[in-house]
Design a protein around this ligand. Structure first.
Ligand code: NDP
Length: 452
């Protein structure tokens, strides 16, 4: 019986134990709800198992290539450094196991029951597990995330996605990455630092569409300088395995290319199939995403959805917010809608990008009268290292009231710096507030308060 005395087995049954599902379940349980979660793969979801966490570890591992090179001008002699992919891969996968275990413990410590199997809605309040067990719940939360989209082209089965990239037996000497978004640029940086020759192909000539244009252009310029090849306005025609075991890729507008690995990084599609959503009457949008209101409620009153499966903003911290807000709304007597405005985000490319608020283009289109401040500088460390890579910071201001409406950066540690700067933008601070703040010298971040 549920804790609210109703006839259901649980107050809440969550499908999917990723970032959003785990947070929602844990908080609902802490509000006194009897909760169960079904997860068909591993607790932790995309972020922990095959996304943000292992990716960031690879980014750290990759960056040593530059650090070792830069160390020379700082007086260090490091003879014959070697990189062993399998060591990094196995260490990363081991840490993923550890973190996944911690997520499991969190659920257990909060009294959440975990079923490690597929679950499907089979009645208004009924869930059937693949083992045949049938349970009922007053509320149901869908938090099944998304999976990589693979374009439909002959031979696409020869390609991998970011899911498999963490498990490669060996680094490919040549890789073709399809897409110009987050995953393409992050993995291009990772593979390139490890010595793989990287070619990015993109269907348009725009990388990272939602980021500020000057920052995107700077990434393209630096990535090209580092040896990454780009082919724009290219769509797959087909992929063939050659007799030598390589992959021959043909595309529109460009010559064929032969590589050892093809990786698709062409967006992610919501996991909504096989859940019984249609029978339950849950409305889906054009891209298969679950349609929800401000409180993450679906078209069915007692069914909610959070995270990537809703296609709102596909970012872990957003899923976590949505999961928490759902639990507070439904079980904590505290209706909470997540504010999706002004979300800071970062791309862990080499160098990384970070942004919050409006880009210059968006500000000009929506506000009309804007002021743009810019710092284009070579970080001190790069100067001594002899690394010809410049950082770029931009502040976008509403000229009418001096409010900062956007900050965009590319350069070392940009995501770390942005997290603090985003507080100021979210709080609606003005350019005068930034000007009144004393710099910390010498840092890169000081540029944020020195732009005039
Ligand atoms: P993105 O949406 O970032 O980029 C997808 C890219 O693929 C775009 O360049 C897009 O082109 C192109 N594309 C889309 N569909 C097709 C198609 N049918 N054929 C050819 N090209 C296509 O997706 P990612 O896969 O890189 O990442 C998925 C999501 O995961 C991101 O949107 C982000 O929300 C999240 N993520 C966040 C990270 C972070 O916070 N650091 C890291 C990794 C992922 P076009 O621009 O023309 O649409």
């Amino acid at each position: 019986m549920a804790k609210d005395g109703t006839e259901y087995d649980y107050d809440l049954f969550t499908i999917g134990a990723g970032s959003g599902g785990v947070r929602a379940s844990r908080v609902a349980a802490s509000h006194g709800a009897k909760v169960a979660v079904a997860e068909e793969y591993r607790v932790g979801g995309t972020c922990v198992i095959r996304g943000c966490v292992p990716k960031k570890m690879l980014v750290y591992g990759a960056h040593f290539a530059e650090d070792l090179e830069d160390a020379k001008n700082f007086g260090w002699t490091i003879s014959n450094p070697k990189f062993e992919w399998t060591t990094l891969r196995d260490n990363v996968l081991r840490d993923v196991d550890r973190i996944s275990g911690l997520y499991g413990e969190t659920l257990e410590n909060n009294g959440v029951e975990v079923f490690t199997e597929h679950a499907e809605l089979t009645g208004p309040h009924e869930i059937t597990l693949v083992s045949g067990k049938v349970v009922t719940a007053r509320y149901i939360l869908i938090a099944t995330g998304a999976r990589p989209h693979v374009p439909d082209c002959p031979g696409s089965e020869h390609g991998i996605t970011s899911n498999e990239a963490f498990h490669l037996d060996a680094l490919p000497p040549r890789i073709l990455i399809a897409g110009g978004g987050y995953i393409a640029n992050e993995f291009a940086g990772i593979f390139n630092e490890f010595g793989t020759h990287v070619t990015i192909i993109n269907r348009t000539d725009t990388l990272l569409r939602h980021y500020d244009e000057s920052v995107r252009d700077r990434l393209l310029q630096i990535s090209t300088m580092k040896g990454i090849d780009f082919r724009f306005h290219a769509e797959f025609r087909g992929i063939e395995r050659t007799d030598e075991g390589c992959l021959k890729v043909s595309m529109t507008g460009h010559d064929d290319i032969e590589v050892d690995c093809v990786m698709f990084a062409t967006g992610r599609v919501p996991n909504t199939e096989g859940l019984g959503l249609d029978k339950a009457g849950v409305e889906l949008g054009d891209k298969g995403e679950i349609v929800v209101d401000r409180f993450s409620k679906t078209s069915v009153d007692h069914i909610y959805a959070v995270g990537d499966v809703t296609g709102r903003v596909q970012l872990t911290p957003v899923a976590i917010r949505e999961g928490h807000a759902f639990a507070d709304t439904v079980f904590g007597d505290n209706p909470t809608a997540v504010d999706h405005q002004c979300i800071p985000a970062a791309v862990f490319s080499h160098p990384p990008i970070a942004g919050v608020g409006l880009t210059e283009g968006e500000a000009r289109n929506t506000l009309g009268d804007v002021k743009v401040y810019q710092a284009d500088f070579r970080p001190m460390k790069n100067v001594l290292a002899g690394r010809n890579e410049r950082g770029l910071y931009k502040i976008i201001c509403n000229a009418g009231n001096d409010k900062i409406v956007g900050i965009h950066m590319i350069g070392p540690e940009a995501p770390e710096i942005m997290q603090a700067a985003a507080v100021a933008v979210k709080a609606g601070l003005t350019k005068a507030d930034f000007d009144a703040t004393v710099a910390i010298h010498p840092t890169m971040a000081e540029e944020l308060v020195l732009m005039r």
